[in-house]
Design a protein around this ligand. Structure first.
Ligand SMILES: [Zn+2]
Length: 165
């Protein structure tokens, strides 16, 4: 994905017949990155980081599996297309698939976690879940996705590694 200025594809954002905001034809709520970070940091405080991470990752997993069914093809190209749409939706600004073999490695820049500074470890649980769900559905393999580097914990970018369970 290029670093150059991008434009939202025509028709990607709209309204349904009842006036609900839609993205790619599905109703959405536009939440600021700060809003999402606030939700997550409040859950961290109330439930603990581990429970929050599991809950958010599970939500991502479900969404990633559902999304995978809407993409034709399999393998690296499908993953790259999915990443491009996630970046349009604001989860991060750009992404690169660094490895696609037994292990799958994805690096993303400009994650929403930039709004979540001072974390002790990775916090992009939804993105990790989205990748896990998408890859599980597309590859038919059960993969464990771990975020190894995260902007919220001081890294330049976020690095996700998927390995067979
Ligand atoms: Zn991150």
């Amino acid at each position: 994905m290029s670093k150059a200025a991008r434009k939202m594809p025509e028709g990607a954002v709209g309204f349904d017949g009842e006036g609900r905001l839609t993205f790619l034809g599905r109703p959405v709520v536009m939440v600021s990155r700060r809003g999402l970070a606030l939700i997550q940091s409040n859950l961290d405080g109330l439930l603990g980081e581990r429970a929050t991470a599991m809950a958010m990752k599970r939500a991502g997993l479900t969404l990633g599996r559902e999304a995978a069914r809407r993409y034709r093809g399999s393998g690296r190209e499908a993953l790259e297309e999915f990443l491009a749409w996630l970046s349009l939706a604001g989860w991060f600004s750009r992404a690169r698939v660094e490895e696609f073999g037994e292990e799958i490695v994805v690096r993303v820049w400009g994650s929403y976690a930039e709004e979540y500074p001072g974390a002790r470890g990775p916090v992009c649980h939804v993105v990790a879940g989205l990748l896990a769900g998408f890859l599980r559905e597309k590859t038919g393999r059960k993969l464990l996705v771990r975020e190894e580097e995260c902007v919220a914990a001081g890294a330049e970018s976020c690095l996700f590694r998927a390995r067979p369970v």
